[in-house]
Design a protein. Structure first.
Length: 233
């Protein structure tokens, strides 16, 4: 779905969200309250400049509008694979973005992520997966690593990984698998404004991803192992 179509369905024709290159930002009114919208479009590669621009928008919201809810609109092909960005410290810029989102959460801002088109790799990890809760449209594409790349990294045969992906969502891309693993809390269908209203009203106060993954059968050990670690501290 195009970002402008999504914005109109969520907030109406006068939503006020604008695109500056690949960066989306705006402050539409939702149920009588201003909402900070920050995101990306055009399958944006997240380089140093774009990561810092998003972080700046989040930090400005925290500084100037305490408690204002934040909606992250996600459409990214992952981190920018350029030598320039590597030399400038893309890892630190993306970490800074993630820390800015975490800061907003800890200062009482409800942060909701929505994958409306594509979410790949580090561009997704440092945005939607750090939000209080991440949602997706059914037609969205989500993956961190394709099976051929996973085979190169793990040294396991592609055929074996393909076989595992049929029964274990950890090895397979797709929004349904991320719902099963708990990374995506739910899919937004039909009335998108009602889905946003529900998400803002029931934003989790703690991280329930591992618990959701266990309940849905997508990650059966993560929650139990995390609890054992916490109990041992």
């Amino acid at each position: 779905m195009q970002w402008n179509t999504l914005a109109e369905r969520l907030f109406g024709a006068q939503h006020g969200i604008v695109a500056d290159g690949d960066l989306l930002s705006g402050t539409p009114t939702f149920d009588g309250q201003p909402l900070a919208v920050i995101g990306t479009t055009n399958h944006a590669p997240i380089g140093v400049r774009l990561a810092l621009a998003q972080a700046r928008a989040v930090l400005d919201t925290v500084a100037q509008h305490p408690g204002r809810a934040i909606l992250l609109l996600i459409d990214t092909q992952g981190q920018q694979l350029r030598r320039r960005d590597e030399l400038l410290g893309i890892n630190r810029a993306m970490a800074h973005l993630g820390m800015a989102i975490d800061l907003a959460r800890r200062h009482g801002h409800r942060v909701v992520g929505l994958v409306y088109d594509q979410a790949l790799s580090g561009g997704f990890i440092t945005s939607g997966l750090i939000a209080d809760a991440c949602y997706a449209l059914p037609e969205a594409e989500i993956r961190v690593m394709r099976i051929p790349a996973m085979a190169r990294v793990t040294k396991l045969p592609e055929a074996r990984l393909t076989e595992l992906s049929q029964s274990n969502p950890v090895f397979a891309p797709g929004v349904d698998n991320y719902v099963a693993m708990g990374g995506v809390r739910a899919l937004w269908e039909c009335d998108l404004a009602a889905a946003l209203r529900e998400a803002l009203a029931h934003t989790p106060t703690d991280d329930v991803r591992a618990r959701d993954g266990a309940a849905r059968g997508g990650r059966q050990l993560a929650a139990a192992v995390a609890q054992r670690v916490l109990d041992a501290v």
